[in-house]
Design a protein around this ligand. Sequence first.
Ligand SMILES: Cc1ncc(C[n+]2csc(CCOP(=O)(O)OP(=O)(O)O)c2C)c(N)n1
Ligand SMILES: [Mg+2]
Length: 428
Amino acid sequence: MASEHPRANLPTLSLHVPEPKFRPGDAVDFAAVGIPPAGEARRPDTAAHPGDFTDLAYTLVRVLDDDGHAVGPWNPRLSPDMLRKMLRNMALLRAFDERMFRAQRQGKTSFYMKALGEEAVAVAATHALDPDDMCFPSYRQQGILITRGYPLVEMMNQIYSNRGDKLQGKQLPIMYSARDHGFFSISGNLTTQYPQAVGWAMASAAKGDTRIAATWCGEGSTAEGDFHSACTFAAVYRAPVILNIVNNQWAISSFSGFAGAESTTFAARAVGYGIAGLRVDGNDALAVYAATLWAAERARTNQGPTLIEHFTYRAEGHSTSDDPTQYRSAGEPNAWPLGDPVRRLKDHLIGLREWDEDRHAAQDKELADLVKAEQKEAEKNGILGHGLHQPLDTLFDGVFEEMPWHLKEQRAQMLAEETASGRPWDRK
Ligand SMILES: Cc1ncc(C[n+]2csc(CCOP(=O)(O)OP(=O)(O)O)c2C)c(N)n1
Ligand SMILES: [Mg+2]
C-alpha cells in the first residue's frame, strides 16, 4: 500500500537561497576572501590555447604588492609619465564623480552613479586599448570618456539634460553616447551591450578591419541571457572582443552570490565556453592594464575573445537613488582587502620617487578646480527644473534615419495640442 508520501524514505527537496556574510551592524572580516600574493600568477603567451591556462580563471592576476612594488610576469613596465597620466585620469574621475554626486543632492539633476573604488577598471583598460577601439560600456565606465579626453562639459550637459545636451534629454542622466570617442550609447537595460559588442567585433573582422571591441558589465548582469548568447557567438566565431565583468560584489542590494559567486568565480564562466579567462585584481591599475593589453593582443592576432573578471568593490551606493546602509554592513568598504586603487597607484609612484604627497594634494586641488570650472560652463546651458531645455518637437528626432509616417502624425498632433493649450512649449 502506498504511503502518504510517495518516497517517504527520501529527504524532502529544498532550495539554497544565498545570504550575504554581513548585514547592517555586523563586524566585517574578509579573511575568507582568498587573495593570492602579487606576482604569483603566470603569464601565458598570447597565442596559447584557452584550455591551457584555465587556472588563471580561479586566481588573481596582481602586479602591485602590499608595499606598492610592481612584481611578477604581468608587470607592464610603464614609464613614469604613463603612470602619472593614469593616476591623473583616475583622480579626475573621482573628482568628477564627487562633484556630480553633489549636484544631484543639490537638485541640479535627477540621477547620478559613481565609480568610487572602481576607477582602475575603466581608466587603466582604456589606456591599454587603442584610441579607435570600440567600447561598449555599462553605466559605471565613465572613466573611458574621461581617459579619452571627452569634454567634461559635454558629460555635464548630458547629466543636466540641458540645452547643450547632444542627446536632447532623451537619455537618463549619465547614459552618454559618443561615437567619435568610440563609446557606444549606454543602455539602462542590463547587458544589451554584450551581444552588441560581439556583433560589432564580428563585423570588424568580416570587413577586414583591424579594430577590436571591448565591453563591460557588472557581475550581477552576468545572470542575463544576453551575457550567455554573447559568449557563445564570441567563442564560436573567435570574435576580436574583450569581455569584462566588473565584480564589485553588489548588484544594487543583491550580493554577488545571487549571480553565482558562491559556487565559482565569474572568470570561470569563460572555461565552459572555451574562451580565454583571466581573473584580475581590479583595484590594481597595473594588473588591469596588463590584462587588457594581453587580451587586446590576442584579439588583434585572431586568437579570439578574452573574458576578464575584475575583482573589486563598490565603495558607495549603487546610485543616488540607493542607500546601502539598509542592506550591507557599513564596515565593508574599509575592510575590503584590495584597498583603494588611487592610493595604490599613488604609493607605487611615490615608491619609484616619481611622485610625492605634496604633488598629489596639489593635483587633487587642480582637478577639483577644473571640474568646478567646467560645471560652471555647463550650468550656463541650464539645469534640471529650469524649464524645458529642448524644443518639444525634437522629441521624435534622432531615432530613425527617416521618420516614419505615424511618428510624423504624432508629432503634428502633439504640437497642435500644445498650441491649442495656450502654453508655449519653448519655455527656455
Ligand atoms: C534587464 C534589467 N534588469 C534589471 C535592471 C535594474 N537594475 C539596474 S542596475 C542593477 C544592478 C546591476 O548590478 P551589476 O550588474 O552587478 O552592476 P553594478 O551596478 O554593480 O556595476 C539592476 C538590477 C535593469 N536596469 N535592467
Ligand atoms: Mg555589481
